[in-house]
Design a protein around this ligand. Structure first.
Ligand SMILES: [Zn+2]
Length: 460
């Protein structure tokens, strides 16, 4: 399983480390690809766990299914071939009807043990490839829940449908990347060749320590090691971020991936503390803000009116507002000053408040339990607000605290019994990251002064 795959990967890494070659660097940014020797054989097991559907999201448009089909459907003059990507509101019966394929054929498929039932659970984005004969009878159906997973239904010589399921493993390469932020996290990352999805995941790893809306400054930078996934030499997406280091102003944060005994994969500090904490630093979807805002031109922090006991995040109208921690909604109401506002109680001592919302999230109401990161409402300008923004307050035992600096309890570290395994595995990743960082810094010395010595390690 994954643990074994990761072991294999780390084990073989040690052997092949001397083969790593840094191919390219640039003054401000570099994305260096290192072909990982023998990686494909290391990952022949169960990538369905390792590759989440989210990581493959959006790839259907980039890689045609036909390109990853080893034996393409042969077309004969009497046969017709077509394909359909499942849309919202679709089901398999509707699709058969739309293509005028007899319901009888569908019933035959649905009656097939195990695999037949899977056709009842198709979702938007899944793909169906049909091969029909001149009488519009189904000859073959390929059902692709994602690019790596295919269920094939084909009539045998006696005309009975036989189902066959195949799962493919992507090949994984390890890629190193780094960027110095000049204008915005997302723009600088794009210049370094990263997708916004990957940048978002990088930011999510550090979102408990760094406020990505207010705290990012020009000159901040990051280094990371992550996987890229390929099918038949075609890029299909990014895998996990294996290790990353983020320099935010004077602080340095390091995160490394580790799979705990319960099989849950997470990111930890080099000393084994979970990166996840009880409260998010910025309770809103920062991708909507960071991607649009230029550090040189404007700052999303409003001028404050006194007295002001919270933080204002300027954000586009409709930006999702998130519960910063698990808790219970104690108020979801409207007043003249606050506009639409929400109060969440987190245990006995902590309360957070969210003001000026354009509207509340789906079923947000007093008494409702919410989890960290859940959308509770949307940025607006209701109440005493001149422009769309979120006013956010953080109270401890009734006293207002600065949510950007309030000391939060440390997250649970990894179990003592896992410590040795943790060190063994993560040390390799951390030294890989450090060697890469040194390479970059040597190649850029004489250019930007990186000032490593002035950075304070905040979490190792
Ligand atoms: Zn305010």
């Amino acid at each position: 399983m994954l643990r074994k795959a990761l072991n294999t990967f780390l084990g073989s890494h040690v052997i092949s480390r001397g083969k790593l070659v840094f191919l390219a660097t640039a003054i401000t940014s570099a994305a260096v690809i290192i072909i990982y020797q023998g990686s494909s054989s290391s990952y022949t097991e169960d990538a369905s766990i390792y590759v989440t559907p989210k990581q493959l999201e959006g790839n259907f448009g980039q890689v045609a299914y036909g390109q990853i089909e080893r034996s393409p459907i042969t077309e004969s003059p009497k046969m017709s071939y077509f394909s359909e990507i499942v849309k919202s509101g679709d089901n398999v019966a509707l699709i058969f009807k739309r293509w005028k394929i007899p319901a009888l054929d569908l019933q035959e498929l649905l009656d097939i043990e195990i695999h037949g039932a899977k056709l009842r659970r198709i979702f938007p984005g899944h793909k169906l490839n049909f091969l029909i004969n001149e009488n519009r009878r189904l000859v073959k159906l390929e059902y692709w829940p994602n690019l790596l997973h295919k269920i094939e239904f084909e009539r045998n010589e006696t005309g009975v449908f036989i189902a066959n399921e195949t799962k493919r493993e992507p090949e994984r390469t390890i890629t190193y990347s780094h960027a110095v932020i000049e204008d915005s996290l997302f723009l600088s990352s794009q210049e370094a060749g990263l997708t916004d999805g990957l940048t978002m995941r990088l930011a999510q790893i550090f979102q408990w320590d760094i406020d990505f809306v207010l705290d990012i400054r020009s000159g901040d930078r990051f280094f990371m090691i992550y996987e890229e996934l390929y099918i038949d030499n075609q890029w299909i997406g990014n895998g996990e971020i294996l290790a990353a280091q983020f320099f935010n102003q004077k602080d340095k944060y390091t995160a490394v991936i580790f799979e705990k005994r319960d099989g849950v994969l997470g990111h930890f500090s080099p000393t084994g503390k979970s990166m996840r904490k009880a409260f998010l630093r910025a309770p809103l979807d920062f991708s909507r803000i960071s991607s649009n805002f230029n550090l040189r031109r404007k700052h999303p922090l409003f001028d404050r009116t006194m007295p002001h006991r919270g933080i204002d995040y300027a954000a586009p109208q409709g930006t999702p507002v998130l519960a910063s921690g698990d808790g219970t909604i104690s108020t979801a109401a409207k007043t003249e000053a606050n506009g639409n506002y929400i109060v969440i109680k987190h245990g006995e001592s902590i309360v957070t408040k969210y003001l000026h919302l354009s509207k509340f999230g789906g079923d947000i109401r007093p008494g409702k339990h919410v989890t960290q990161g859940q959308v509770i409402g949307y940025v607006g300008a209701t109440g005493w607000a001149t422009a769309p923004h979120l006013h956010y307050e953080f109270l401890v035992n009734g006293t207002h605290k600065n949510p950007r600096t309030v000391k939060l309890p440390d997250a649970t570290p990894i179990a003592v019994k896992d410590e040795e395994e943790f060190r063994l595995k993560t040390n390799t990743l951390i030294s890989m990251l450090n060697s890469y960082k040194e390479e970059i810094e040597i190649s850029t010395s004489g250019g930007r002064n990186i000032n490593e010595g002035k950075s304070e390690a905040k979490n190792d």
